[in-house]
Design a protein around this ligand. Sequence first.
Ligand SMILES: NC(=O)c1ccc[n+]([C@@H]2O[C@H](COP(=O)([O-])OP(=O)(O)OC[C@H]3O[C@@H](n4cnc5c(N)ncnc54)[C@H](OP(=O)(O)O)[C@@H]3O)[C@@H](O)[C@H]2O)c1
Length: 245
Amino acid sequence: MSGIEGKVIAVTGASSGIGEATALSLAEGGAKVVLGARREARLEKLAARIAAAGGQAAYLPTDVTRRADLAALVDLARDRFGRLDVLVGNAGIGPISPLDSLCVEDWEAMVDVNIKGFLYGIAAALPVFREQASGHFVTVVSTSGLRIVPNQSVYAGTKNAVRTICEGLRQEAGPNLRVTVVSPGYVRTEFADHIHDEHVLSQIGDSMDAIAIPPESIAAAIAFAIEQPAAVDVGDIVVRPTAQS
Ligand SMILES: NC(=O)c1ccc[n+]([C@@H]2O[C@H](COP(=O)([O-])OP(=O)(O)OC[C@H]3O[C@@H](n4cnc5c(N)ncnc54)[C@H](OP(=O)(O)O)[C@@H]3O)[C@@H](O)[C@H]2O)c1
């Protein structure tokens, strides 16, 4: 199967930003989308918007820090649409701060959402992909992991852990499964709303205001990877603002 039309695609973190834009774009391309995130009202609204435009969407309140929630999201895809072709692992948080601030709860949250949440997606989807002898993991990491800068070490560490696991997954995946990582730079979303450190927030906010690109730019890169023929595995895509250093 190639293209986007007819594919069953689950998206985590679909309630805002990159996940929302990706779900909309894939649904417009004819995919049956399965939306997961914690804010149910947002998912309901998005699913209704997709249905009103003639698309197909199902949704389930999903907290990626709970393994059972990811299993239920994949079950929903199979119950409603008969299979799962792609898991877009997009849910992520970045409450960044200097290490000296010892924001240990934020470190733990980033590990739980960005790393463990991603792993629970593998645990839920990999057996299904094996059974189908086809499937595609598309995972959103970050340019934070490519150019390490102060205040972002824990966030970058979580994203690079995921990058590393994806490369191992790709090598173990065999000839039928595809594994793509997408590294966005500054993207205009709600991402910065979760930064608690006032100084870091104002720095990131300034950069966002000056150069951030729209989430649709990342959605287009994700769609590009998905729409390739099954024998073509797009491994790594970096999409950053032209003005980003
Ligand atoms: N914006 C950027 O500049 C940028 C740059 C590089 C990488 N990224 C990555 O892009 C991805 C999407 O972020 P975004 O920029 O679109 O920010 P966003 O608008 O804040 O979206 C984050 C999404 O993740 C979901 N999420 C957070 N915690 C979750 C949890 N425990 N369980 C399920 N879903 C959860 C949120 O939904 P709920 O709150 O409803 O659960 C939301 O849908 C993240 O992985 C982020 O690290 C962003």
